[in-house]
Design a protein. Structure first.
Length: 771
């Protein structure tokens, strides 16, 4: 049976290969071999189960119709009254042309052939079945014995019919009449085995004519089959991928592997963008710059007739959350020119060369859609600075080089404007930022108080509240200094969620104040239970912050003090930072004293310190080092500025000597010590006020500005607390949103106008379109 199965496997491989080449199987041979399979039976139930599964594949009603087809496309043969339809073994369903020249249409769609896939599946199943059968039949079945056991229990008793030396590695012992199951023992070499066997039979005084016959056989080893399986699987995997690639190419694609190099850039449909420029506030200068770029594409003669060259691109930079990507979305929604969007991280993939190929494909798409705008978000992922050290960054540098060539090279198109956005412009390569590629760098800063008011108006328009939204937006703008557009959107959303949590019919001012606290200090943790001693320490700690800031001239106005745990803090003192772009040495010193108020209060009232001042000390240390190293505010170090490493950056070398480093550390400690002494004097002088504030906090847990005035009196210094006071003297209460006259119709193509913008002779000037 083993010989028959081996010969069947070889014949099956040959016929299957010929069938694949011809496009049709050998039907007569297939039916004959099915009969051979049906005749195979074994004592092993596992082997019989495998044979039954193979036969069941061919006995399914669908399979006979898929396994018989004449090679010349003639009529199908009939067997036992059953008609066997044709089987197409081409990888793709092609209509074959006849010899007479009247074939099928070449333009017919080509689809993957399910018959071919089914036959390939059957072939794989047969190979797996043969491997399993080989393991069962050709493995060393039986019990392994030693040479001594063979001599004592078999050879000496005369029960050995013959010995089979298999592959010159082991000997199978066949008993007389098949009384017992076969056993085997290993041999070192054939020569030593023959000598040992002859010596043993001589010692037993056996007649040479009655020596046990020895037969040498060769059998297929399971190990060789297992070793060949990975190679066969890899070849099959490559073959399947090749077929799928051919199928994709036949349907108008670029194949499976070529599709990896396709750009991920998408042509944005303006109808899918729900953002317009009216939804973007707080960055009017950046909006005008973007409008001008669109106007470059719509009305180029307005600039070309004056000798101006249209900029190639602009890069939006600024802190996170200021609206850079939102500006791009608004541009896509209103530009009325094709807008292509892609992320910087989509250029890098596993395969080498994908990045440059995607850049080329992206700009090819942009040129086909010109005039258009190409937007690359988070460009720092692909435009990082090139370095002399390789370390596996060659692929990223090749992608950057291709981007540089496409933006300003021999194949540059003047009808494609490239916009990009990043918040790490310091990481970009200088060649990418030069004029000719990104001609303009548009900085989108955090909004000022007027900008925050405009942003609040945009978000409040969608909220349900009975409050005056104009007045509310101004009040909220004054209470949220330093907030970005994303922070303001989060505040408005949190206020709505807080109101919904309490089943409110509309959003109240308390909901907005709670939302601001939620964004600034974190989630209120009501489940945290402090011990009485800990709660007292926290109360005096926060009272120290409040009193130190209250009696210092250059500190921010106090808004609220709380000892309710929020986020990672056990308490906090909320102040209202001033809208100032410049800080004096005195401003910095008073701020450090206010931060030290908590630690000094612990020293005065408890004669010990705790870990509660960790965040305060970290901020004080950063301010002191910046004062000495960056701002040149130290007499001994001098008017020098050394760049401090950003958070998360690694600084391998210091730009100053070791002696200068020691001097900087010494001066920083002296500045902090001086602030500590000044804070201690203030809190010692107002010790009774600290106790009043602390006792109030222990009872009420929250102290407002009005409560502070009732406890210690008005602050001895003037302070700004309202929106009107903050914007006093700036000309108006609203943000300037006026658009230059040349950009009034920034997204409309001028009609009936000459290059100078005047009415063309013989044509009536058409009125501007309404938006």
């Amino acid at each position: 049976m083993a010989h028959r199965l081996l010969s069947y496997n070889r014949k099956y491989q040959n016929v299957l290969w010929k069938s694949l080449c011809k496009g049709s199987p050998e039907n007569v041979w297939m039916q004959r071999q099915l009969g051979t399979f049906r005749g195979l039976r074994s004592t092993s139930p596992v082997l019989n189960d495998i044979l039954e599964r193979i036969l069941s594949l061919f006995n399914e009603p669908q399979l006979p119709s898929a396994l018989n087809m004449s090679a010349d496309n003639s009529k199908p043969r009939k067997k036992s009254g059953k008609e066997w339809p044709k089987l197409n073994l081409n990888p793709l369903n092609k209509k074959e042309t006849g010899s007479g020249g009247s074939g099928g249409n070449e333009g017919d769609s080509q689809k993957p052939n399910p018959d071919f896939d089914k036959l390939a599946l059957i072939g794989g199943g047969l190979v797996a079945a043969f491997a399993a059968y080989s393991y069962l039949v050709f493995s060393r079945s039986g019990e392994e014995i030693t040479w001594k056991d063979f001599l004592n229990n078999y050879l000496s008793k005369g029960t050995v019919e013959r010995l089979e030396v298999v592959n010159k590695k082991f000997v199978r012992v066949i008993s007389t009449g098949g009384v017992s199951a076969p056993v085997y023992f290993n041999i070192g070499s054939v020569d030593s085995f023959e000598r040992s066997l002859e010596n043993a039979q001589v010692e037993m005084n056996l007649d040479p004519q009655h020596y046990v016959p020895v037969v040498y056989t060769s059998e297929v080893e399971v190990l060789r089959i297992v070793q060949a399986l990975p190679t066969l699987l890899m070849i099959g995997f490559i073959f399947v991928l090749y077929r799928k690639s051919m199928g994709m190419m036949s349907q108008g694609g670029r194949g499976l592997f070529n599709s990896v190099t396709n750009t991920k850039a998408k042509l944005v449909n303006p109808k899918d963008i729900g953002v317009q420029f009216k939804d973007v506030a707080g960055c009017e200068e950046a909006k005008i710059e973007i409008m001008e770029f669109v106007n470059f594409l719509k009305n180029p003669d307005q600039y070309l007739n004056l000798g101006a060259k249209i900029p190639k691109g602009a890069i939006l930079t600024g802190p996170p959350g200021t609206g850079k990507t939102l500006l791009a979305k608004a541009t896509a929604g209103e530009a009325n020119v094709p807008f292509i969007s892609v992320s910087g991280s989509e250029f890098q993939e596993l395969f080498v060369g994908v990045g440059p190929s995607r850049v080329r494909d992206m700009f090819k798409l942009a040129r086909d859609k010109a005039p258009c705008i190409l937007f690359i978000d988070e460009i720092d992922a692909v435009g990082r600075k090139r370095s002399q050290r390789g370390f596996g960054h060659s692929e990223q540098e090749n992608t950057l080089n291709q981007l540089l060539v496409e933006m300003d090279g021999f194949n540059t198109s003047s009808n494609v404007v490239v916009l990009a956005a990043t918040n790490r412009i310091d990481m970009l390569d200088s060649a990418l930022l030069r004029p000719g590629r990104f001609d303009r760098q548009i900085y989108v800063p955090k909004p000022d108080i007027k900008g925050r008011s405009s942003i609040f108006k945009v978000h409040l328009a969608m909220l349900k509240t009975s409050l005056d939204k104009d007045e509310l937006s101004r009040k909220m703008a004054a209470m949220t200094p330093g907030f970005t557009g994303a922070d303001i959107a989060n505040v408005c959303n949190e206020a709505a969620l807080i109101a919904a949590r309490s089943l409110g019919e509309d959003i109240t001012i308390k909901n907005f104040e709670a939302a601001i606290e939620r964004v600034i200090a974190g989630l209120e943790r009501k489940t945290v239970v402090l011990q009485p001693e800990e709660k007292k320490i926290v109360a005096y700690h926060e009272a120290g912050h409040a009193i130190a800031g209250w009696f210092l001239k250059n500190t921010e106005p106090l808004v609220k003090v709380s000892i309710i745990p929020r986020g990672q803090a056990l308490g906090y003192a909320q102040v209202l930072p001033r809208e100032m772009f410049l800080q004096t040495k005195e401003d910095i010193f008073d701020k450090m004293c206010q931060l030290l108020g908590g630690r000094v209060s612990e020293e005065i009232f408890f004669n010990r310190i705790t870990t509660g001042a960790q965040d305060d000390l970290r901020k004080i240390t950063q301010i002191a080092y910046a004062q000495v190293m960056e701002w040149g505010m130290n007499e001994k170090v001098g008017n020098v500025s050394f760049q401090m490493p950003r958070e998360g950056d690694y600084m391998s070398e210091k730009p100053y000597s070791e002696s200068t480093a020691q001097l900087i550390d010494t001066e920083v400690r002296q500045i902090i010590q001086k602030a500590h002494e000044a804070t201690k004097q203030i809190l010692t002088k107002h010790k009774a006020d600290v106790e009043k504030v602390a006792e109030f906090l222990l009872k009420q847990e929250v102290l407002s500005r009005d409560d502070m005035i009732n406890l210690v009196g008005k602050r001895p210094f003037a302070e700004k607390t309202t929106y009107e006071e903050f914007v006093e003297g700036t000309g108006s209460l609203e943000e300037n949103t006026e658009i230059p006259i040349g950009l009034k119709q920034w997204n409309k193509k001028a009609e009936g106008k000459d290059a100078s913008g005047k009415d063309a002779p013989g044509k009536d000037a058409s009125p501007p379109e309404k938006r």
